[in-house]
Design a protein around this ligand. Structure first.
Ligand SMILES: [Zn+2]
Length: 144
């Protein structure tokens, strides 16, 4: 038995505009395999989904911020790089464009990375919370 897991990217009105394959799960003998997902399959599924979702979100953010705030001109791309970001479900590598500032305003620098404004920390707040929480003595989070 094969199970194909996909991620559909939809417009605001619900129209599917892109389908991304997450994984194909193969269960050779459904009576011998563990019921449902094995731990390794679940981890891989979450990591792959996190990568695709993060890429979609950050790409949409960069596109939304690729216009000059003052005159509305489209900002030119200087280069395409990547950025790693740690999440609860693993470290993901995200595309990160470097854009030229518009020349309509005087600036001290010529380029910027829009993603730097979105991802101000190298890890997700949830991961930071979990890592910080695990350093606390047992019961220290209990409300008295
Ligand atoms: Zn401008």
């Amino acid at each position: 038995m094969k199970l194909q897991v996909q991620l559909g990217v939809c417009t605001d009105d619900g129209h599917v505009e892109q389908v991304l394959e997450i994984t194909v799960l193969e269960k050779d003998d459904p009576w011998v395999e563990p019921l449902g997902l094995a731990l390794a399959e679940a981890k891989q599924l979450l990591h792959t989904r996190q990568h695709h979702l993060g890429t979609q979100q950050t790409s949409a953010y960069v596109i939304a911020h690729a216009q000059c705030d003052h005159c509305g001109a489209t900002l030119q791309r200087q280069g395409q790089h990547t950025r790693t970001f740690r999440t609860l479900f693993g470290t993901v590598t995200l595309p990160s464009s470097r854009l030229y500032y518009c020349r309509c305003q005087p600036r001290t620098t010529t380029t910027f990375r829009p993603l730097s404004a979105l991802l101000t920390e190298p890890m997700a707040p949830e991961l930071l919370f979990m890592e910080t929480k695990s350093d606390l003595p047992e019961g220290s989070c209990d409300v008295t």
